[in-house]
Ligand binder design. Structure first.
Ligand code: PLP
Length: 424
């Protein structure tokens, strides 16, 4: 084992440091394998129940009428998420689009959107109009309210109760921390928040941004009362194979509204050719539980490697996981960049390029992104990114196989070690 690592530029002391950590993690990894097994069977059960067949892989062109593969896939998603309906489309371009679509199609002028757990994901700021943007919800007369978390990061139930009013139509809850240093929420925590919100206003629509959360637990937010559960197919549920796409699973009316907005009023789910992506959507969904398990193991490994070196990590080395993201805070620009360079250099694709901090659309500071991907921008593949601002936290996620994530973390450590930024 050491020989092949040496051939890839890893020093003895870096390998030994990591190898000892991996050995200690075996019992936790066994639990993750059990989770993968449960979710794998959940996916197979849904595929069998809906008679997924060879014909479902073929796809359609033009209008996409009678697209049996697309329609069956939506039934499979609805069964996995235990929802009335689902919209799973290549025409949904990314996670932000899926979230924007869910919001724009279910809100009307005069309605209010409430975020009860602090600031939503960066790219949603422009969707909502927190940062002025053309076409934002704000431009259409939809107002926004936010209740920040308490200092101890708990939900501010008193504040939420006060914020809910006759205009409140949708409550948006983000499962994963995204680019923040708060914890990610467990499905049970989300369930408690939804119950509280509904106890105050029963007809409010609860939407959960499920990006990075799929298959990290046995339950999904839709199992605890979410009316819409929304995510990206170039994250967890695409299993690394989906080349694009997004999904909205939820109440029939909510999903129908989204379909009418995605295509056109009157047309809805009936149109939208799937072209040639269905096989990848199905096969990616099939692989997703084990891919997510690899990513989870990698995140836990990273937390243990960097926590033992004295860096602050969220989640910490022993915490339960509710998403695949691992944040490491470097408090140092150079260390953050070295980490990303290490991840990049472990990639199967573009291993020879060096990531540089850059201004990205949708983000208000320079961002560094390390990824050597088969699917551009896919963050179920091993990737690391973060805004280049204090406290220089890098958000690390993904990895289609555990050996690759392990190699990525070892390479990141090697990069820091070679530059004299850490001692082992
Ligand atoms: C990635 C992400 C999004 C946006 O998804 P894109 O596919 O990048 O547009 C939204 N919310 C969260 C929590 C995310 O992690």
């Amino acid at each position: 084992m050491l020989n092949i690592y040496k051939e890839l530029g890893i020093k003895n002391e870096v390998f030994d440091y990591c190898d000892n950590i991996i050995k200690e993690l075996k019992p936790r990894f066994d639990k993750i394998d059990e989770l993968a097994e449960i979710n794998q069977l959940k996916v197979i059960k849904a595929m069998q129940k809906n008679n997924v067949s060879e014909a479902c892989m073929l796809g359609t062109t033009g209008y996409g009428y009678n697209d049996i593969g697309r329609d069956t896939l939506e039934k499979v998603y609805a069964d996995i998420f235990h929802t009335e309906d689902a919209l799973v489309r290549a025409q949904i371009t990314c996670g932000t689009h899926a979230l924007a679509l869910a919001l724009m199609s279910n809100l009307r002028p005069g309605d209010e959107l409430l975020s009860p757990a602090g600031k939503p994901y960066d790219t949603l700021e422009e969707v909502i109009g927190i940062r002025d943007s053309r076409g934002s919800l704000k431009e259409y007369g939809i107002t926004y309210r936010q209740v920040d978390l308490l200092n101890n990061k708990d939900f501010d139930y008193e504040g939420i109760k006060e914020a809910i009013n006759e205009k409140t139509k949708i409550v948006t809850i983000q499962r994963s921390k995204g680019y923040q240093t708060r914890p990610s929420y467990s499905v049970d925590q989300i369930g408690e928040l939804i119950s509280f919100v509904k106890s105050i206003k029963s007809d409010v629509i609860c939407m959960v941004d499920n990006c990075y959360g799929e298959f990290t637990e046995e339950k999904e937010p839709s199992d605890v009362g979410a009316d819409m559960t929304v995510g990206s197919l170039i994250k967890n549920p695409g299993g690394g194979l989906a080349p694009l796409g997004g999904y909205i699973c939820g109440k029939k009316e909510c999903v129908e509204n989204a379909a009418y907005r995605l295509t056109s009023p009157g047309l809805g789910k009936e149109v939208g050719a799937s072209l040639t992506v269905l096989r990848e959507f199905y096969q990616g969904l099939f692989l997703s539980p084990t891919v997510v398990a690899s990513a989870l193991k990698g995140a836990i490994f990273a937390a243990n490697v960097y926590e033992k070196l004295g860096f602050s990590v969220i989640p910490n080395s022993t915490e339960e996981r509710h998403d695949i993201i691992q944040a490491v805070t470097f408090n140092d620009r150079e260390k953050m960049i070295a980490f990303c360079e290490g991840i990049q250099s472990a990639s199967p694709v573009d291993s020879f390029v060096r990531p540089e901090p850059w201004a990205m659309p949708g983000y208000d500071s320079d961002v560094i992104m390390a990824a050597g991907n088969f699917i551009s921008g896919s963050s179920i593949e091993l990737s690391a990114d973060g805004p280049l601002i204090e406290p220089f936290s890098v958000y690390f996620q993904g990895g289609l196989t555990f050996p690759h994530v392990k190699f990525g973390i070892i390479k990141s450590l090697e990069a820091l070690y070679d530059k004299g930024l850490i001692k082992l």
